[in-house]
Design a protein around this ligand. Sequence first.
Ligand code: MD3
Ligand code: FE
Length: 224
Amino acid sequence: MTPRETRSSTADLFADAPTEPRSEALVSGAVVLRAFAIPYVTQIFTALRTITAAAPFRHMVTPGGFEMSVAMTNCGAYGWVTDRTGYRYTADDPESGLPWPSLPEAFGQLAVAAAAAAGFGGFAPDACLINRYAAGTRLSLHQDRNERDFDAPIVSVSLGLPAIFLFGGARRADRAQRVPLWHGDVVVWGGPARLHYHGVLPLAAGEHSITGPYRFNLTLRKAV
Ligand code: MD3
Ligand code: FE
């Protein structure tokens, strides 16, 4: 039996990872920049080792008392955290009491270039949430509403194993479209898309040549 015949329908969604940069509009304000992050990958993973040495990945707890399946850390002036008291941005890592590691130059350059390519000039990110997914990790449908200025876009960078991203509408009940995101893809979420519901389906197990069994996602934000 050939591998193709054993593929699930989920794997078929991943069948053709784009290798050349190109852009796709999802809805007004949401632009997928395929492979945009490829030139930055070496610098990103070098910086990631320094960041996670100081601020290791951890599974945070939601206000409802559930441990998140996504492992998270942050860099930049502010980092997103959740605990029993709620969601918020903090200047210090609550685990160490130290400021979050600073935003690497390459992260800022990538975010500003991607935002500009999607039509958002003058993006000035001050926070970067770093998500790590292992097999089975999911992110349920949510909105990102903890930032002060919804006029600023969010830039997301997908690295390692592919995932199926769920992109819904302005209301939770709105039908969500499934968008495969591959290593190197960057998505810019601004304008009307900024407050849309979104999530990630459980990650399929796999092995990536750079990240092994993981998917990483960076979200660069203007939090404050
Ligand atoms: C659409 N992360 O960290 S990135 C998150 O793949 C988050 O780790 C997902 O949702 C991940 O909050 C999805 C894509 C994304 C990020 C922010 C958005 C999509 C968005 C904000 C508004 C609309
Ligand atoms: Fe989100």
